[in-house]
Design a binder for this molecule. Sequence first.
Ligand SMILES: *Cc1c(COP(=O)(O)O)cnc(C)c1O
Length: 360
Amino acid sequence: MPQSLKIELTKNKKQQPAVDQLGFGNHFTDHMFIMNYDAGKGWHSPRIIPYQPIVLDPAAKVFHYGQTIFEGLKAYKTDDGRVLLFRPQKNIERMNRSNERLSVPELDIEPTIDALKQLIAVDQDWIPNAPSTSLYIRPFVIATQPQLGVAPSTQYQFIIIMSPVGAYYSEGVNPVKIFVESHYVRSVKGGVGEAKTAGNYAAGLKAQELASAKGYSQVLWLDGVHRKYIEEVGSMNVFFKMNGTVYTPALTGSILDGITRNSIIHLLKHWNIPVEERQITIDELYEAGRNGQLEEAFGTGTAAVISPIGELNWQDQVLVINGGQTGELSKKLYDTLTGIQMGKIADPFGWMVEATKVYA
Ligand SMILES: *Cc1c(COP(=O)(O)O)cnc(C)c1O
């Protein structure tokens, strides 16, 4: 960032929610980070200000053409009071890949991470430390130019807000039931499925709503061309353990490149458990299920970390996985990854970044 960061502290600190009342994404900390972009000037005026509404012109391009990107990552408070971020560089790098796809100007990685650390330092009292709690961080960019032509915006705002969160699923790490969607699709190769952009989620709401009415918590998407290859689940990547090998769909252009996905692949390799990224058909999965070769299934993402899958429904064929129970490997992966993130067990990969107290 060209200029130095300005900090304006709130005079009205909010009452913090009780740790058992957190839920996911319901409460926001006292401050937010914001900076502006103007064509010809670049990113400028980085500042931390009291958490507050933003005022936008009704013609702002984000409202009409959806030129917007978001990210999601977490900060953790360890028992000895350190604040750790999980692979933050990966999030800002991915944000830049999403930005590039949506014709949004890229961010400078280091200054963006510094701004994030600074914001965390200002609101560090908000980071919960109880088991499976954390501070969820939501950086996002919106196109703000007030102009109705379909062209990349000449003005943007980059904002970071933060929310103390409890476990993603109120039921805890219990297996979820998933509906395999064969009518609607999330994205196609060449589209924006690889980018963390709002339209992908708006496009998925209908299927999500229908699945939810049938008692399923999420949708498993199939590829948009053949309705045959498994893609991902809602806002999670997906893994299957079949015959001792762990498989996850290859990144073929329509799937989000999850940081949790990448970390799970690293962990499995570290443990010498065979892991393969390749295309997996839904027929093959059901075949493995019928033959007793499908041992475990789970989703991966920042919000839930590991979410075991206990049941699939594809065209009215119900497939129960591992007796509807959390598998041994799913549990071990969850315990290990959350243990590393909470600073309770060694981090052999150098993933955790200490958010040192910059602001005093
Ligand atoms: C964010 C997201 C994921 C998971 O990515 P992580 O980096 O692991 O949080 C997977 N799929 C979709 C569609 C997502 O938006």
